[in-house]
Design a binder for this molecule. Sequence first.
Ligand SMILES: [Zn+2]
Length: 57
Amino acid sequence: MAHKGSHAGYLNCPMCDAEVPISGDEKVGDDVYCPFCSIPLKLKKKKNDELFLEENF
Ligand SMILES: [Zn+2]
């Protein structure tokens, strides 16, 4: 809930729509694994600086 400008929080898994916890230490391009469906995801950033996850097969 605490948004203090960092990336910490949750991003939605594009496969199973679960909330994937993000520590805030991840960088764009890092690999993140969904804890629910276990698929590899890549951390990406939209033009508006919003982070999102994309499948990384
Ligand atoms: Zn998932």
